[in-house]
Design a protein around this ligand. Structure first.
Ligand SMILES: Cc1cc2nc3c(=O)[nH]c(=O)nc-3n(C[C@H](O)[C@H](O)[C@H](O)COP(=O)(O)OP(=O)(O)OC[C@H]3O[C@@H](n4cnc5c(N)ncnc54)[C@H](O)[C@@H]3O)c2cc1C
Length: 387
């Protein structure tokens, strides 16, 4: 598939990305490789609406989301001390080059945040659902280095969505290239002088090959233990004829339940839905094995606590989507054991998120590095991880 996990599809006139995903325009590799103007990016509000049952409190960066200012100031979602701590942390993270945040001692995000003095309420009401959505781990057991890097990306440049769908990103990267899709590689043999790929369409010979599949597939093709496990996630998409919630911000579920976060995408990107329609994308962490009907009923039950029974009965379930490998787990210290580009197989290099970090920056910088090895590009090779 062109773009792999970064893809979109059209269903009943609604443009759906795979799951809920966003682009951080301040990723350094994004700046180098994409024409952001041509992507027609729509910014996502640099804020969130914290849901506690029927209660919704906007929380945001007052400089960038003035409408959330009063609510941010007065809400009890974060106490005054925690609000000041967020401001202090933001200032600290903005100092220095972003890649330096990926070095130094590591610990879990949770212990790092506690060390910064954040309260239990701040963890539960904001950090767990928000960074649970980013790292697919509400437990906040992801590397604190990575947390600092991603938080910096968000504070520095926010998040955005290409108006036409996330697939516009790989579409732009592939423009002008000779790309074949739907040709699965089933085996790889390195002969020394060349490499043979066994595909479902027959054999392909090449002088050099870069394996840039998901880590689990790469492990199988290379016969090497480069797999790092998988974090899965599940999404439900709802359509409605009526506006249920005009909130354009990311909705965070501060209470226990299936829903981690949700967003009325039609409030941000009205062009992605048929005229007069509304679209809600709901994120559940983990792969939920129950059948679609049971899952739908459970999620509707939680949405009823937010919007009431009448509003939820008007929602049409468009699709349920399970993504078994959305990211790989990145606990503290994970970076020390990342595989490099060398595979030991002559002419074969490894690229993809697996050599760096599980996200668009990691995938792009890994591709750049593998290409730099083949092209002998020392400037690109000397760039640090995250730079
Ligand atoms: C729901 C979701 C939300 C996300 N949100 C974000 C986000 O907000 N920000 C962010 O930075 N990252 C996000 N990510 C992570 C990001 O999408 C991935 O880290 C990134 O796409 C990894 O790129 P990749 O090229 O390494 O792998 P992939 O995107 O998985 O691409 C691998 C490619 O290899 C192909 N392939 C696999 N097996 C074979 C084979 N045998 N033969 C031939 N081709 C094969 C696949 O078809 C695919 O095209 C999200 C991911 C998901 C799923």
């Amino acid at each position: 598939v062109l773009g792999g996990r970064v893809r979109s599809r059209v269903l009943d006139g609604f443009t759906l990305d795979a799951g809920y995903q966003v682009l951080f325009p301040s990723y350094p590799a994004v700046g180098r490789n994409l024409d952001l103007d041509a992507l027609d990016l729509v910014p996502i509000f640099p804020s969130a609406a914290v849901r506690r049952g029927a209660r919704e409190d906007a929380l945001g960066d007052p400089r960038r989301d003035p409408a959330a200012f009063l609510s941010t100031l007065t809400t009890d979602v974060l106490g005054l001390g925690d609000k000041l701590r967020v401001g202090r942390l933001a200032l600290e993270l903005l100092r220095g080059a972003p890649h330096t945040l990926l070095t130094g001692p590591d610990e879990t995000t949770e212990s790092y945040l506690r060390g910064q003095g954040f309260s239990e309420a701040a963890l539960d009401n904001f950090f767990r659902p928000f960074f649970g959505g980013v790292f697919l781990r509400r437990e906040l057991d992801t590397s604190a280095r990575l947390f600092r890097y991603y938080f910096r990306m968000l504070i520095g440049g926010g998040a955005a969505l290409p108006r036409a769908g996330m697939s516009a990103i790989p579409g732009q990267l592939a423009a002008g290239l000779d790309v074949q899709v739907n040709v699965r590689v089933t085996a790889l043999r390195a002969h020394g002088s060349h490499v043979t790929l066994q595909t479902l369409n027959g054999e392909l010979d090449a002088r050099s090959v870069i394996v840039a599949t998901d880590p689990n597939t790469a492990a199988g093709l290379l016969g090497q233990g480069v797999s790092r496990g998988s974090l899965g996630s599940t999404y439900l998409y709802y359509a409605s004829d009526q506006e249920v919630d005009g909130q354009p911000r990311l909705l965070l579920n501060a209470e226990a339940g299936l829903i981690n976060n949700a967003q009325w995408l039609s409030n941000v990107l009205p062009g992605r839905v048929p005229p007069g329609q509304h679209l809600l994308a709901v994120t559940l962490l983990g792969l939920h094995a129950e059948n679609d009907c049971d899952l739908d009923a459970e999620v509707r039950g939680e949405l009823e606590a937010w919007y009431g029974e009448a509003a939820v009965s008007g929602l049409r379930t468009l699709a349920a989507e399970r993504i078994p490998h959305a990211q790989y787990p990145q606990p503290p210290g994970y970076a020390a054991t990342l595989p490099g580009h060398a595979t030991g197989l002559p002419g074969v290099l490894l690229a993809s998120e697996v050599t760096s970090m599980s996200g668009i920056q990691g995938a792009m910088e890994s591709g750049e590095k593998a290409a730099a090895i083949l092209l002998d590009d020392l400037a690109a090779l000397s760039r640090p991880r995250g730079g």
